[in-house]
Design a binder for this molecule. Structure first.
Ligand code: PLP
Length: 429
Protein backbone atom coordinates (compact mmCIF):
# COMPACT_ATOMS: atom_id res chain seq x y z
CA UNK A 1 0.00 0.00 0.00
CA UNK A 2 1.24 3.44 -0.92
CA UNK A 3 0.27 6.57 0.94
CA UNK A 4 1.19 10.19 0.38
CA UNK A 5 1.32 13.19 2.67
CA UNK A 6 -1.52 15.63 2.11
CA UNK A 7 0.96 18.46 2.74
CA UNK A 8 3.39 17.25 0.09
CA UNK A 9 2.23 14.64 -2.40
CA UNK A 10 5.84 13.82 -3.24
CA UNK A 11 6.35 12.41 0.27
CA UNK A 12 5.18 8.81 -0.07
CA UNK A 13 5.37 5.93 2.40
CA UNK A 14 4.39 2.29 2.74
CA UNK A 15 1.66 1.21 5.17
CA UNK A 16 4.36 0.08 7.61
CA UNK A 17 6.04 3.47 7.51
CA UNK A 18 2.74 5.32 7.87
CA UNK A 19 1.84 3.26 10.93
CA UNK A 20 5.25 3.74 12.52
CA UNK A 21 5.62 7.45 11.75
CA UNK A 22 2.03 8.52 12.31
CA UNK A 23 2.57 11.87 10.60
CA UNK A 24 4.62 13.06 7.64
CA UNK A 25 6.79 16.18 7.47
CA UNK A 26 5.19 19.44 8.60
CA UNK A 27 2.49 17.39 10.32
CA UNK A 28 1.19 16.14 6.98
CA UNK A 29 -1.49 13.48 7.25
CA UNK A 30 -0.99 10.32 5.21
CA UNK A 31 -3.64 9.42 2.66
CA UNK A 32 -3.98 6.27 0.48
CA UNK A 33 -2.76 6.74 -3.12
CA UNK A 34 -5.37 4.31 -4.37
CA UNK A 35 -8.73 3.29 -3.00
CA UNK A 36 -10.22 0.70 -5.33
CA UNK A 37 -13.84 -0.36 -4.87
CA UNK A 38 -14.20 -3.97 -3.71
CA UNK A 39 -16.00 -6.39 -6.06
CA UNK A 40 -19.17 -8.08 -4.94
CA UNK A 41 -20.13 -6.18 -1.82
CA UNK A 42 -23.14 -8.48 -1.32
CA UNK A 43 -20.85 -11.50 -0.93
CA UNK A 44 -18.62 -9.52 1.41
CA UNK A 45 -21.62 -8.68 3.57
CA UNK A 46 -22.38 -12.41 3.92
CA UNK A 47 -19.06 -13.05 5.67
CA UNK A 48 -18.36 -12.90 9.42
CA UNK A 49 -16.70 -9.84 10.98
CA UNK A 50 -13.16 -11.23 11.10
CA UNK A 51 -13.07 -12.81 7.63
CA UNK A 52 -14.76 -9.81 6.03
CA UNK A 53 -12.50 -7.31 7.78
CA UNK A 54 -9.46 -9.27 6.64
CA UNK A 55 -10.63 -8.99 3.03
CA UNK A 56 -11.36 -5.25 3.32
CA UNK A 57 -8.05 -4.47 4.99
CA UNK A 58 -6.07 -6.65 2.59
CA UNK A 59 -7.61 -4.77 -0.34
CA UNK A 60 -6.27 -1.56 1.18
CA UNK A 61 -2.96 -2.71 2.67
CA UNK A 62 -2.01 -5.20 -0.04
CA UNK A 63 0.85 -7.60 0.50
CA UNK A 64 2.58 -5.88 3.41
CA UNK A 65 0.91 -8.52 5.57
CA UNK A 66 0.26 -12.11 4.52
CA UNK A 67 -3.34 -13.35 4.65
CA UNK A 68 -2.56 -15.32 7.78
CA UNK A 69 -0.86 -12.39 9.54
CA UNK A 70 -3.70 -10.03 8.76
CA UNK A 71 -6.23 -12.61 9.85
CA UNK A 72 -4.42 -13.00 13.19
CA UNK A 73 -4.22 -9.22 13.65
CA UNK A 74 -7.92 -8.75 12.96
CA UNK A 75 -8.99 -11.75 15.06
CA UNK A 76 -6.99 -10.43 18.03
CA UNK A 77 -8.08 -6.81 17.60
CA UNK A 78 -11.78 -7.33 16.84
CA UNK A 79 -12.59 -9.91 19.49
CA UNK A 80 -15.91 -8.33 20.44
CA UNK A 81 -19.19 -7.75 18.55
CA UNK A 82 -20.73 -4.60 17.02
CA UNK A 83 -24.47 -5.24 17.12
CA UNK A 84 -27.13 -3.20 15.32
CA UNK A 85 -30.10 -2.57 17.63
CA UNK A 86 -33.48 -1.60 16.25
CA UNK A 87 -34.88 1.51 17.96
CA UNK A 88 -38.05 1.89 15.87
CA UNK A 89 -39.26 1.10 12.33
CA UNK A 90 -37.03 3.77 10.81
CA UNK A 91 -34.00 3.99 13.04
CA UNK A 92 -31.34 1.61 14.36
CA UNK A 93 -28.28 2.05 16.56
CA UNK A 94 -24.83 0.59 15.84
CA UNK A 95 -23.27 -0.25 19.20
CA UNK A 96 -19.52 0.19 19.01
CA UNK A 97 -18.83 -0.04 22.73
CA UNK A 98 -18.45 -3.76 23.43
CA UNK A 99 -14.64 -3.71 23.51
CA UNK A 100 -12.51 -3.67 26.68
CA UNK A 101 -12.75 0.09 27.25
CA UNK A 102 -16.40 0.37 26.27
CA UNK A 103 -15.93 2.87 23.43
CA UNK A 104 -15.52 2.63 19.66
CA UNK A 105 -11.89 3.65 19.93
CA UNK A 106 -11.08 0.06 20.91
CA UNK A 107 -11.40 -0.87 17.21
CA UNK A 108 -8.70 1.53 16.03
CA UNK A 109 -6.53 1.27 19.12
CA UNK A 110 -6.39 -2.51 19.17
CA UNK A 111 -5.81 -2.84 15.43
CA UNK A 112 -3.05 -0.26 15.49
CA UNK A 113 -1.35 -1.94 18.46
CA UNK A 114 -1.38 -5.32 16.72
CA UNK A 115 -0.01 -3.81 13.50
CA UNK A 116 2.70 -1.87 15.25
CA UNK A 117 3.78 -4.85 17.27
CA UNK A 118 4.24 -6.98 14.14
CA UNK A 119 5.82 -4.17 12.09
CA UNK A 120 8.33 -3.11 14.72
CA UNK A 121 9.53 -6.28 16.36
CA UNK A 122 10.44 -9.70 15.04
CA UNK A 123 8.83 -12.85 16.41
CA UNK A 124 11.39 -12.94 19.23
CA UNK A 125 10.53 -9.36 20.22
CA UNK A 126 13.76 -7.79 18.88
CA UNK A 127 13.55 -4.21 17.63
CA UNK A 128 14.00 -0.60 18.74
CA UNK A 129 12.01 0.65 21.68
CA UNK A 130 8.92 2.72 20.83
CA UNK A 131 7.15 5.50 22.73
CA UNK A 132 3.51 6.01 21.89
CA UNK A 133 2.50 9.60 22.62
CA UNK A 134 -1.17 10.36 22.38
CA UNK A 135 -3.56 13.14 23.28
CA UNK A 136 -7.07 12.21 24.32
CA UNK A 137 -10.33 14.05 24.76
CA UNK A 138 -11.62 11.09 26.71
CA UNK A 139 -11.76 7.69 25.14
CA UNK A 140 -8.68 7.39 22.93
CA UNK A 141 -6.47 7.33 26.01
CA UNK A 142 -8.19 4.33 27.50
CA UNK A 143 -8.36 2.47 24.20
CA UNK A 144 -4.69 3.06 23.40
CA UNK A 145 -3.49 2.35 26.93
CA UNK A 146 -5.38 -0.94 27.10
CA UNK A 147 -4.39 -1.96 23.57
CA UNK A 148 -0.66 -1.61 24.37
CA UNK A 149 -0.76 -2.48 28.08
CA UNK A 150 1.87 -5.05 28.99
CA UNK A 151 3.65 -5.05 25.59
CA UNK A 152 7.43 -5.25 25.97
CA UNK A 153 9.48 -2.45 24.39
CA UNK A 154 6.47 -0.16 23.92
CA UNK A 155 5.98 2.76 26.33
CA UNK A 156 2.75 4.70 26.25
CA UNK A 157 2.32 8.33 27.34
CA UNK A 158 -1.22 9.72 27.33
CA UNK A 159 -1.99 13.44 27.71
CA UNK A 160 -5.48 14.67 28.53
CA UNK A 161 -7.09 17.98 29.53
CA UNK A 162 -7.16 18.11 33.32
CA UNK A 163 -10.68 18.17 34.76
CA UNK A 164 -12.30 17.98 31.33
CA UNK A 165 -12.95 14.26 31.05
CA UNK A 166 -15.31 12.19 33.15
CA UNK A 167 -14.17 10.47 36.36
CA UNK A 168 -14.68 7.00 34.94
CA UNK A 169 -13.00 7.88 31.64
CA UNK A 170 -9.97 8.98 33.62
CA UNK A 171 -9.98 5.95 35.93
CA UNK A 172 -9.97 3.64 32.93
CA UNK A 173 -6.50 4.59 31.74
CA UNK A 174 -4.83 6.45 34.62
CA UNK A 175 -4.84 3.46 36.96
CA UNK A 176 -2.95 0.93 34.82
CA UNK A 177 0.69 1.75 35.58
CA UNK A 178 3.37 -0.51 34.08
CA UNK A 179 4.25 0.67 30.56
CA UNK A 180 1.44 3.27 30.66
CA UNK A 181 2.13 6.84 31.92
CA UNK A 182 -0.56 9.52 31.99
CA UNK A 183 -0.32 13.33 32.17
CA UNK A 184 -3.12 15.73 33.15
CA UNK A 185 -2.41 18.91 31.16
CA UNK A 186 -3.59 22.27 32.44
CA UNK A 187 -5.43 23.19 29.22
CA UNK A 188 -8.06 21.94 26.80
CA UNK A 189 -7.85 19.11 24.26
CA UNK A 190 -6.62 21.41 21.51
CA UNK A 191 -3.73 22.37 23.81
CA UNK A 192 -2.89 18.67 24.23
CA UNK A 193 -2.98 18.18 20.46
CA UNK A 194 -0.73 21.20 19.97
CA UNK A 195 1.79 19.74 22.45
CA UNK A 196 1.71 16.49 20.59
CA UNK A 197 2.28 18.13 17.24
CA UNK A 198 5.24 20.06 18.64
CA UNK A 199 6.74 16.83 19.94
CA UNK A 200 6.52 15.31 16.48
CA UNK A 201 8.19 18.35 14.95
CA UNK A 202 11.13 17.88 17.31
CA UNK A 203 13.39 15.55 15.34
CA UNK A 204 15.84 15.03 18.22
CA UNK A 205 13.07 14.02 20.61
CA UNK A 206 11.47 11.84 17.97
CA UNK A 207 14.66 9.89 17.38
CA UNK A 208 15.67 9.69 21.04
CA UNK A 209 12.52 7.95 22.25
CA UNK A 210 11.17 6.37 19.04
CA UNK A 211 8.14 8.61 19.03
CA UNK A 212 4.96 7.27 17.51
CA UNK A 213 1.42 8.54 17.60
CA UNK A 214 -1.64 6.49 18.38
CA UNK A 215 -4.07 9.32 17.91
CA UNK A 216 -6.81 9.18 15.34
CA UNK A 217 -4.33 10.67 12.88
CA UNK A 218 -2.67 7.25 12.55
CA UNK A 219 -3.98 5.77 9.32
CA UNK A 220 -4.23 2.26 10.79
CA UNK A 221 -6.91 3.42 13.18
CA UNK A 222 -9.07 4.73 10.35
CA UNK A 223 -8.67 1.53 8.38
CA UNK A 224 -9.88 -0.51 11.33
CA UNK A 225 -12.91 1.72 11.66
CA UNK A 226 -13.93 1.18 8.04
CA UNK A 227 -14.69 -2.43 9.00
CA UNK A 228 -17.55 -1.71 11.39
CA UNK A 229 -19.51 0.23 8.79
CA UNK A 230 -19.52 -2.97 6.73
CA UNK A 231 -20.44 -4.96 9.83
CA UNK A 232 -23.42 -2.66 10.40
CA UNK A 233 -24.70 -2.98 6.84
CA UNK A 234 -24.30 -6.75 7.00
CA UNK A 235 -26.87 -6.74 9.79
CA UNK A 236 -29.37 -4.45 8.05
CA UNK A 237 -32.20 -5.97 5.98
CA UNK A 238 -31.01 -6.05 2.34
CA UNK A 239 -33.91 -3.90 1.16
CA UNK A 240 -32.96 -1.10 3.55
CA UNK A 241 -29.25 -0.86 2.85
CA UNK A 242 -29.17 1.53 -0.09
CA UNK A 243 -31.72 3.78 1.62
CA UNK A 244 -29.76 4.00 4.85
CA UNK A 245 -28.42 7.31 6.15
CA UNK A 246 -25.60 7.07 8.70
CA UNK A 247 -25.28 9.73 11.39
CA UNK A 248 -21.82 10.01 12.95
CA UNK A 249 -21.14 11.83 16.23
CA UNK A 250 -17.98 13.73 15.37
CA UNK A 251 -15.09 15.39 17.18
CA UNK A 252 -11.82 14.85 15.37
CA UNK A 253 -13.74 13.40 12.40
CA UNK A 254 -11.80 10.13 12.22
CA UNK A 255 -15.01 8.16 12.51
CA UNK A 256 -16.65 10.02 9.63
CA UNK A 257 -13.49 9.76 7.51
CA UNK A 258 -13.64 5.98 7.94
CA UNK A 259 -17.30 5.97 6.94
CA UNK A 260 -16.60 7.96 3.79
CA UNK A 261 -13.75 5.56 2.97
CA UNK A 262 -16.18 2.64 3.42
CA UNK A 263 -18.51 4.30 0.92
CA UNK A 264 -15.58 4.79 -1.46
CA UNK A 265 -14.86 1.06 -1.21
CA UNK A 266 -18.42 0.39 -2.35
CA UNK A 267 -20.56 0.20 0.78
CA UNK A 268 -24.00 1.44 -0.35
CA UNK A 269 -24.47 4.14 2.30
CA UNK A 270 -27.06 6.59 0.96
CA UNK A 271 -25.51 9.56 2.73
CA UNK A 272 -23.83 10.60 5.95
CA UNK A 273 -24.68 13.20 8.55
CA UNK A 274 -21.79 14.85 10.39
CA UNK A 275 -23.21 15.45 13.86
CA UNK A 276 -21.38 17.71 16.32
CA UNK A 277 -22.06 19.45 19.61
CA UNK A 278 -21.80 23.24 19.82
CA UNK A 279 -18.15 22.96 18.82
CA UNK A 280 -19.51 23.33 15.32
CA UNK A 281 -16.57 24.39 13.15
CA UNK A 282 -17.51 21.85 10.46
CA UNK A 283 -21.30 22.47 10.24
CA UNK A 284 -20.58 26.21 9.98
CA UNK A 285 -17.91 25.58 7.37
CA UNK A 286 -20.19 23.37 5.27
CA UNK A 287 -22.93 26.01 5.40
CA UNK A 288 -20.79 29.09 4.76
CA UNK A 289 -17.56 27.86 3.16
CA UNK A 290 -15.63 29.68 5.85
CA UNK A 291 -13.24 27.80 8.14
CA UNK A 292 -13.57 29.72 11.37
CA UNK A 293 -12.78 27.66 14.51
CA UNK A 294 -13.83 29.25 17.79
CA UNK A 295 -12.52 28.55 21.29
CA UNK A 296 -13.45 25.01 22.36
CA UNK A 297 -16.43 24.84 24.71
CA UNK A 298 -17.07 22.13 27.29
CA UNK A 299 -20.22 20.07 26.66
CA UNK A 300 -21.95 16.89 27.86
CA UNK A 301 -20.39 15.08 24.90
CA UNK A 302 -16.84 15.88 25.96
CA UNK A 303 -15.10 13.46 23.58
CA UNK A 304 -16.39 15.75 20.82
CA UNK A 305 -15.19 19.00 22.38
CA UNK A 306 -12.86 19.75 19.48
CA UNK A 307 -12.87 22.93 17.43
CA UNK A 308 -9.99 22.10 15.08
CA UNK A 309 -10.73 18.54 13.95
CA UNK A 310 -7.45 16.88 13.02
CA UNK A 311 -8.90 14.50 10.42
CA UNK A 312 -10.79 17.14 8.47
CA UNK A 313 -8.00 17.58 5.87
CA UNK A 314 -8.43 13.90 4.97
CA UNK A 315 -12.11 14.46 4.24
CA UNK A 316 -11.20 17.43 2.05
CA UNK A 317 -8.63 15.28 0.27
CA UNK A 318 -11.09 12.43 -0.30
CA UNK A 319 -13.63 14.88 -1.70
CA UNK A 320 -10.98 16.34 -4.00
CA UNK A 321 -9.88 12.93 -5.28
CA UNK A 322 -13.44 11.68 -5.77
CA UNK A 323 -14.82 14.95 -7.11
CA UNK A 324 -17.40 15.16 -4.31
CA UNK A 325 -19.01 18.46 -3.46
CA UNK A 326 -18.62 18.69 0.31
CA UNK A 327 -21.40 21.22 0.64
CA UNK A 328 -23.67 18.22 -0.05
CA UNK A 329 -22.50 16.51 3.14
CA UNK A 330 -25.31 16.87 5.68
CA UNK A 331 -24.34 18.18 9.08
CA UNK A 332 -25.77 19.77 12.18
CA UNK A 333 -24.80 20.69 15.70
CA UNK A 334 -26.77 19.85 18.84
CA UNK A 335 -26.90 21.88 22.05
CA UNK A 336 -26.59 20.26 25.49
CA UNK A 337 -30.27 20.98 26.05
CA UNK A 338 -31.28 19.07 22.91
CA UNK A 339 -28.77 16.32 23.73
CA UNK A 340 -30.54 15.75 27.04
CA UNK A 341 -33.90 15.61 25.29
CA UNK A 342 -32.54 13.08 22.83
CA UNK A 343 -31.22 10.86 25.66
CA UNK A 344 -34.69 11.05 27.25
CA UNK A 345 -36.47 10.39 23.92
CA UNK A 346 -34.37 7.27 23.36
CA UNK A 347 -35.01 6.12 26.92
CA UNK A 348 -38.77 6.42 26.27
CA UNK A 349 -38.29 4.00 23.37
CA UNK A 350 -36.56 1.61 25.74
CA UNK A 351 -32.99 2.41 24.66
CA UNK A 352 -30.36 3.64 27.08
CA UNK A 353 -27.91 5.97 25.31
CA UNK A 354 -25.18 8.39 26.36
CA UNK A 355 -24.78 11.97 25.02
CA UNK A 356 -22.49 11.27 22.01
CA UNK A 357 -24.78 8.69 20.44
CA UNK A 358 -27.80 10.81 21.35
CA UNK A 359 -26.41 13.71 19.30
CA UNK A 360 -26.19 11.49 16.24
CA UNK A 361 -29.75 10.26 16.90
CA UNK A 362 -31.02 13.82 17.24
CA UNK A 363 -29.57 14.84 13.86
CA UNK A 364 -31.09 11.75 12.24
CA UNK A 365 -34.60 12.42 13.50
CA UNK A 366 -34.31 16.02 12.31
CA UNK A 367 -33.07 15.18 8.82
CA UNK A 368 -34.40 11.76 7.82
CA UNK A 369 -36.81 11.85 4.86
CA UNK A 370 -39.85 9.58 4.25
CA UNK A 371 -38.10 7.00 2.10
CA UNK A 372 -34.91 6.75 4.18
CA UNK A 373 -33.78 4.58 7.08
CA UNK A 374 -31.40 5.85 9.73
CA UNK A 375 -28.43 4.34 11.52
CA UNK A 376 -26.69 6.26 14.29
CA UNK A 377 -23.37 5.32 15.81
CA UNK A 378 -23.27 4.72 19.56
CA UNK A 379 -19.67 5.45 20.33
CA UNK A 380 -19.57 4.77 24.08
CA UNK A 381 -21.32 2.65 26.68
CA UNK A 382 -23.90 4.71 28.62
CA UNK A 383 -22.15 3.90 31.90
CA UNK A 384 -19.02 5.71 30.71
CA UNK A 385 -21.09 8.87 31.06
CA UNK A 386 -22.94 7.68 34.13
CA UNK A 387 -23.14 11.05 35.90
CA UNK A 388 -24.72 12.86 32.94
CA UNK A 389 -27.04 10.04 31.97
CA UNK A 390 -28.30 9.57 35.54
CA UNK A 391 -28.89 13.27 35.92
CA UNK A 392 -30.86 13.41 32.67
CA UNK A 393 -32.96 10.35 33.40
CA UNK A 394 -33.24 10.80 37.17
CA UNK A 395 -32.35 7.20 37.99
CA UNK A 396 -29.39 4.93 38.67
CA UNK A 397 -28.10 3.09 35.57
CA UNK A 398 -25.54 0.83 37.25
CA UNK A 399 -21.98 0.01 36.18
CA UNK A 400 -20.66 -2.84 34.04
CA UNK A 401 -17.92 -4.90 35.68
CA UNK A 402 -15.05 -3.39 33.65
CA UNK A 403 -15.85 0.05 35.03
CA UNK A 404 -16.65 -1.06 38.55
CA UNK A 405 -13.22 -2.73 38.72
CA UNK A 406 -11.22 0.39 37.92
CA UNK A 407 -13.34 2.95 39.78
CA UNK A 408 -11.61 2.34 43.13
CA UNK A 409 -8.00 2.14 41.98
CA UNK A 410 -5.58 5.04 42.64
CA UNK A 411 -5.07 7.58 39.84
CA UNK A 412 -1.37 7.48 38.88
CA UNK A 413 -1.36 10.62 36.64
CA UNK A 414 1.02 13.52 37.04
CA UNK A 415 -0.08 17.15 36.56
CA UNK A 416 1.70 19.34 34.02
CA UNK A 417 1.39 22.93 32.78
CA UNK A 418 0.57 23.51 29.10
CA UNK A 419 4.28 23.83 28.42
CA UNK A 420 6.24 22.02 25.73
CA UNK A 421 9.58 22.37 27.55
CA UNK A 422 8.15 20.53 30.57
CA UNK A 423 6.73 17.77 28.39
CA UNK A 424 9.99 17.40 26.50
CA UNK A 425 11.99 17.08 29.72
CA UNK A 426 9.56 14.45 31.00
CA UNK A 427 9.78 12.41 27.81
CA UNK A 428 13.56 12.61 27.60
CA UNK A 429 14.09 11.67 31.26
C1 PLP B 1 -13.66 10.09 20.09
C2 PLP B 1 -15.12 10.04 20.29
C3 PLP B 1 -16.01 10.61 19.38
C4 PLP B 1 -15.54 11.41 18.20
O1 PLP B 1 -14.95 10.61 17.21
P1 PLP B 1 -14.01 11.26 16.09
O2 PLP B 1 -13.52 10.14 15.30
O3 PLP B 1 -12.93 11.99 16.82
O4 PLP B 1 -14.88 12.20 15.33
C5 PLP B 1 -17.37 10.44 19.59
N1 PLP B 1 -17.84 9.78 20.67
C6 PLP B 1 -17.03 9.23 21.58
C7 PLP B 1 -17.61 8.53 22.75
C8 PLP B 1 -15.65 9.33 21.43
O5 PLP B 1 -14.84 8.79 22.33
Amino acid sequence: MKLYSIKDHAETVSFAQAVKQGLGKNQGLFFPSEINPIDDIDALLEMNLVDRSRVILQSLIGDEFSEQELHDIVATAFNFPAPVIKINDKISALELFHGPTLAFKDFGGRFMAQCLLRLSFDKKGNGDKITILTATSGDTGAAVAHAFYGMDNIDVVVMYPKGKISFLQEQMFCTLGGNIRTIAIDGDFDACQALMKRSFDDEELRQAIGLNSANSINISRLMAQICYYFEAFAQLPKAQRAQTVVSVPSGNFGNLTAGLLAKTLGLPVKRFIAATNINDTVPRYLASGEWDPKATQATLSNAMDVSVPSNWPRIEELARVKGWDLSELASDFVSDEDTKQAVAALDEQGYLCEPHGAIAYDCLTAQLSEDEFGLFLCTAHPAKFKESVEEILGRDIGLPQELADCADKPNLSIDMANDFAALRAFLMA
